[in-house]
Ligand binder design. Structure first.
Ligand SMILES: NC(=O)c1ccc[n+]([C@@H]2O[C@H](COP(=O)([O-])OP(=O)(O)OC[C@H]3O[C@@H](n4cnc5c(N)ncnc54)[C@H](O)[C@@H]3O)[C@@H](O)[C@H]2O)c1
Ligand SMILES: [Zn+2]
Length: 384
């Protein structure tokens, strides 16, 4: 038996209006000149206005600065520019607010504050990341769970591939889950980001790594998504559903410290090569991978079916998988997440490049069933 480390360390505040307590938390963390990292879309939202109100007007004893240039599926520039601004303004902490893109950029910017000349392709050559600027992470989508994660997903200039920069020091010192901030998220993005959370829970639960704590969290995350996501899509102002989705998204990310699977390996190239939203890419690939896995590993999805509220305890393995996959198929379709890749501009002549990147992506190494490049091609074709 090998030795494993379990950790669930992030301090998390949850509740409608939790953002209003931000000034006290900044003070506790000793942050007097925060840099806010976000994207251009978010600065137009009520979520951002709530942050501005919480931070209060700039004055003699209160200064804060904003970098709002983060791209969806962030690139190196989204890390370098806020790091440079941080140094220029003499900041002493980062508030990352937004979806996974803004959170990942804000998290990683602290790396380049510490080592301005770092070539991000050599990130893993460095081991000492102690003393990073403190981070407060405030998600405004409920999907990636990046706020509680130790990684930052950045597309590198040299490879045009998504690289996962992983280090425990990347963790936020404080996470604020305030459902009021997700009220304005449009239904399509609510659905797509929620599907990312669902995929995190399903892939982490079924990946063959020993972590019963994560397994329990993943199953409860699935139950919450199944119950809350349709409500949040239907009525964005349903604060209870919004809150449950924020918690479920954080749970998905806690669960995937176990690892992920082939859905994420298929999804990452769809973002870098075809510009697709991460959650949408996962949603469109999830069911085909579940079918692929269930064929080789009957019964894999029984407990997920139970978490979805299905009565599959006494079914045969094959029936339990079939019921569960049927449920997830209808669930996604009910959220409008049953389109084909082609409808999002993906072309057959991109398949070779997609397969090459998916094969090089590490997530599928922990898929429930081993996948070959030929399998990845067939999986793409089945949803093209
Ligand atoms: N670090 C991790 O552990 C991890 C995990 C999964 C995904 N990711 C990464 O996260 C990124 C995807 O993040 P995402 O799905 O949250 O999307 P996103 O951050 O790209 O945001 C999508 C859009 O939603 C808008 N938006 C966000 N909140 C809003 C609100 N409250 N109201 C209105 N508009 C709002 C943004 O302005 C943006 O235009 C990808 O780059 C993905 O690779 C990271
Ligand atoms: Zn994801």
């Amino acid at each position: 038996m090998s030795v494993t480390a379990f950790s669930f360390p992030t301090r998390t505040l949850f509740g409608a209006g939790a953002l209003r307590d931000l000034p006290g938390h900044l003070q506790q963390l000793g942050i007097t000149r925060p840099l806010v990292v976000t994207d251009g879309g978010l600065v137009q939202t009520d979520a951002f206005r709530a942050l501005v109100q919480a931070l209060g007007p700039e004055g003699r004893d209160r200064s804060w600065f904003v970098f709002s240039g983060v791209h969806p599926n962030p690139i190196e520039e989204d890390v370098r520019l806020p790091a440079a601004l941080f140094r220029e303004k003499g900041c002493d902490g980062v508030i990352a607010i937004g979806g996974g893109s803004a959170l990942d950029a804000g998290k990683a910017a602290r790396l380049l504050v510490k080592r301005p000349d770092l070539d991000l392709t050599r990130f893993y050559d460095q081991t000492d990341w102690t003393g990073l600027a403190p981070l407060i992470a405030i998600p405004t989508t409920a999907g990636t769970g990046s706020e509680v994660g130790r990684s930052s997903v950045i597309t590198l200039d040299s490879t045009h591939r998504k690289a996962v920069l992983f280090h425990p020091e990347l963790l936020a010192r404080l996470v604020i889950l305030d459902p009021e901030l997700t009220v304005g998220l449009p239904p399509k993005l609510t659905a797509a980001t929620g599907a990312d959370a669902l995929t995190h829970c399903i892939e982490s639960f079924t990946c063959p790594v020993f972590h019963p704590m994560c397994d329990g969290i993943a199953l409860e995350g699935i139950r919450l998504v199944v119950e809350a996501l349709p409500r949040a899509v239907k009525d964005g102002r349903d604060l209870e559903a919004r809150g449950h989705m924020l918690v479920a998204a954080a749970m998905g990310a806690v669960a995937f410290q176990k690892d992920l699977g082939a859905v994420h390996s298929l999804a990452h190239p769809l973002s870098t090569l075809c510009g697709m939203h991460h959650g949408l890419a996962n949603a469109l690939c999830l069911v085909t991978v579940m079918n692929f896995n269930a064929r080789a590993h009957p019964g894999l999805y029984r407990r997920i079916g139970i978490a979805c509220g299905l009565d599959v305890v006494r079914c045969s393995d094959g029936e339990a998988d079939c019921e569960t996959i049927g449920f997830i198929t209808r669930f996604l379709a009910g959220l409008g997440l049953n389109t084909r890749l082609r409808e999002h501009g993906v072309r057959e002549d991109q398949l070779d490049a997609l397969v090459a990147q998916a094969a090089a992506d590490p997530c599928h190494k922990t898929n429930a069933v081993p996948v070959t490049p030929e399998d990845l091609r067939a999986l793409y074709l089945s949803v093209l």
